[in-house]
Design a binder for this molecule. Sequence first.
Ligand code: FES
Ligand SMILES: [Fe+2]
Length: 348
Amino acid sequence: MVTSADMRIRIEERINQGLRGQWFPVAKSVELRADRPHGITVLGERLVMWRGADGAIKCIEDYCPHRGAPLSYGEIHDGNIGCRYHGVIVDGTGTVQRVPAMPDCAMEGRKALKDFTVAEHSDAVFVYLPSVDRPEPPELPLPPELSDPAWAGFLCTAVWDCNYRYALDNLADPMHGCYLHAESFTLAFGSKQDLLELDRRDAGFRVSRVGQVGENFDWTEFEVREGGMYCFLDIPYPPAAGPGGHMRILGYVTPVGPKRCKVFFWRMRKVEGLARAAWRFLFRTHLEERHWRVLEQDRVMLEGMPDDARTREMLYQHDIGVAHLRRALNRRAKDQLAAEDALETAAE
Ligand code: FES
Ligand SMILES: [Fe+2]
């Protein structure tokens, strides 16, 4: 008999792995080339990607159908990938094209590997990981700023050695700004005491400080859409940081493995014309380094937390964003497990 305690454990395990049925950013566009493969791990799955001659990205399992060598160690031949071990050639759909060592081998023409849907936007490569309840990709959820020419920014990515949930919780927790980042260029301002409030939005929610807005990292908004989630927040900049007002950060977190995630942050400002050139220059020469120092503070803190911190934590009022985010993940995990159970029952 399945008890509710068993179910809770399954849900927790599933959330820790990462929830499928979503788009995830996995690489920067520049990392994908037509002359060499690029291996990635997402939700514990190893995939290999490369560009065809037309620039379109292929993505299949990083696994040679012959004996399992990583295809990402191989080479690209005429738009297909060749295994380094014994030379088997596989195309972008996961079908074996040629077995050069063995004429008329029965493997040729077999679709041996799963292939994945890929999209490219704003210097990032996204991959869709299907789930039982969502085998086909829904629309890729993108922040509107990425398609708005009034905004200009830079994509930064980093690998953090902690479960992705720590990175998401950190984003849903604006109060850490004035403590963890108190020594930074922009995050030393405002009061160190406050209450937080939560507003539900059409898709997602916003968590904000009650007592101040526009002084520090005072709010975060999460967009929780069918195809995945992202968040955004503003960092107020002093006049010394040049034109464009606050810096808006658009963030995605991709689960890599149980103790590793990759964060994707676009640092944006609303700037056009000369102001845009000034922002790009200032960012590269001054601001980027400072911003990296802030991100390092987050990384070091999250990597230092034990993997099971959740089992001993004592949340207080400021954690309403964290709690709300967890409820959203819980619902999603429950739906996915129910769809998988239904499929299994139907098969019996
Ligand atoms: S394992 Fe790839 S060709 Fe043998
Ligand atoms: Fe932070």
